[in-house]
Design a protein around this ligand. Sequence first.
Ligand SMILES: *[C@@H]1O[C@H](CO)[C@@H](O)[C@H](O)[C@H]1NC(C)=O
Ligand SMILES: *[C@@H]1O[C@H](CO)[C@@H](O)[C@H](O)[C@H]1NC(C)=O
Ligand SMILES: *[C@@H]1O[C@H](CO)[C@@H](O)[C@H](O)[C@H]1NC(C)=O
Ligand SMILES: *[C@@H]1O[C@H](CO)[C@@H](O)[C@H](O)[C@H]1NC(C)=O
Ligand SMILES: *[C@@H]1O[C@H](CO)[C@@H](O)[C@H](O)[C@H]1NC(C)=O
Length: 121
Amino acid sequence: MEKALRSFLLTLLLLYHYVMPTSAMIIRTNVSTDQLTLLSLKSQISSYPFHYLDESWFLNISDCHWVGVTCDYRHQRVKSLNLSNMTLTGKIPRDFGNLTFLVSLDLRRSNFHGNLPQEMG
Ligand SMILES: *[C@@H]1O[C@H](CO)[C@@H](O)[C@H](O)[C@H]1NC(C)=O
Ligand SMILES: *[C@@H]1O[C@H](CO)[C@@H](O)[C@H](O)[C@H]1NC(C)=O
Ligand SMILES: *[C@@H]1O[C@H](CO)[C@@H](O)[C@H](O)[C@H]1NC(C)=O
Ligand SMILES: *[C@@H]1O[C@H](CO)[C@@H](O)[C@H](O)[C@H]1NC(C)=O
Ligand SMILES: *[C@@H]1O[C@H](CO)[C@@H](O)[C@H](O)[C@H]1NC(C)=O
């Protein structure tokens, strides 16, 4: 009995030391740079009457499943962003150029100001 308890406690200790930090790390490093860039865009939006983004643009959902976002299948990076017909008003953040896989951007019917980063042309 005592032996069983001891090995149980040892297992707990091992779990605590080796497994917990690893899973905590996975959760933290899971947030992609594309997610941060898109959230920085979201934070610059001053008006979005239909709250489209509030349905999916959260860190606990992969950005490849966010409304308006399409990912490059192989790299799981944002390939196109289509925020047309959402009547958003806001500002393009300076970090927008961090979406290095972006090849298509559709902001029709939205009212964004600010410059697209030079590298996007
Ligand atoms: C964009 O990239 C720059 C340079 O690598 C970095 O300092 C910055 O934190 C990034 N911004 C976002 C929103 O990830
Ligand atoms: C994700 O987070 C948001 C805001 O914190 C919450 O409302 C939503 O229920 C969460 N979704 C999932 C799938 O956990
Ligand atoms: C985090 O990674 C796990 C495992 O790879 C994946 O299932 C999950 O969708 C990811 N979460 C986000 C927010 O990307
Ligand atoms: C963006 O979405 C709208 C509405 O769904 C669609 O009409 C338009 O063709 C899309 N734009 C691009 C560049 O795919
Ligand atoms: C975009 O919105 C306009 C006006 O509400 C509508 O006429 C048009 O059909 C919409 N386009 C798409 C592709 O949803």
